[in-house]
Design a protein around this ligand. Sequence first.
Ligand code: 3PG
Length: 307
Amino acid sequence: MKVLVATDKPFAAEAVSGIRNAVEKAGYELVLLEKYIEKQQLLDAVADADAAIIRSDIFDKEVLDAAKNMKIVVRAGAGFDNIDLDAATANNICVMNTPGQNANAVAELALGLAVYAVRNLYNGTSGTELMGKKLGIHAYGNVGRNVARVAKGFGMEVYAYDPFLSAEAIEKEGVKAVKSAEELYATCQFVSLHIPATAETKNSINYSLLSKMPKNALLINTARKEVINEAEIVKLMEERKDFKYVTDIMPGNNAEMAEKFASRYFSTPKKMGAQTAEANTNAGIAAANQIVDFIENGNEKFRVNKK
Ligand code: 3PG
């Protein structure tokens, strides 16, 4: 069995050795493709692989069609919008993610970005604090839950909206549940995004929603750039000088944003949320173990595509 680790953005070295141990312990072979430049390198690498561990690497129809021996692809992470699930199903390939494994890393970055924003991007001027402020968590999944835990440590008042969870499930964790996204944005000066990029959520963070936020609003995005309506956030920030936006996913209009809103907009140059040794190790080893358990025992617990 050949297990390909295909990561344009490589895992930490200790994560790779943990993955190697798990793969070799099962008697499989590990093949490493890191920082590839051409798509052809990926097409060549998948050709004879039985399994693959990837991150945000694009596994579209062309890649999945070229993966003639592939049985399983595990996205070491949460979001699987980089994989063509229908093409995987058509090729009889099981797709999984590793939910929760990198959640703490992303949550720590979300709060780190919030501090950076309220301290005026560390430019030496007087900023504000997080303590006592209302933080709205948009989607209360693994990352949202960790953001709530860290935010409580800062003394923030934490709210959440999640269309797939009952108010009871959210409130038992000491977080105030609201009934709609509109209510969350209208209530909270700070909003942290944790929604996946789906047909329903793309462009959904728009002018109408963001304009509901109270004075000195801050939007923190460690989710996906596709969920933001880029033209409308520009319009809003042009109108509202009190509105700040920090993101871990560089938008398509980064140059325009950086030029127009230099003191209240920041994007990391490359998505850094899950880029820690701990998150890489947790997600990478979980992915390797899921592959072994799938091949040996047919365990499909974390499957995300149809059969
Ligand atoms: C995820 O969906 O798990 C995060 O966005 C992390 O993505 P990455 O592995 O490409 O850093």
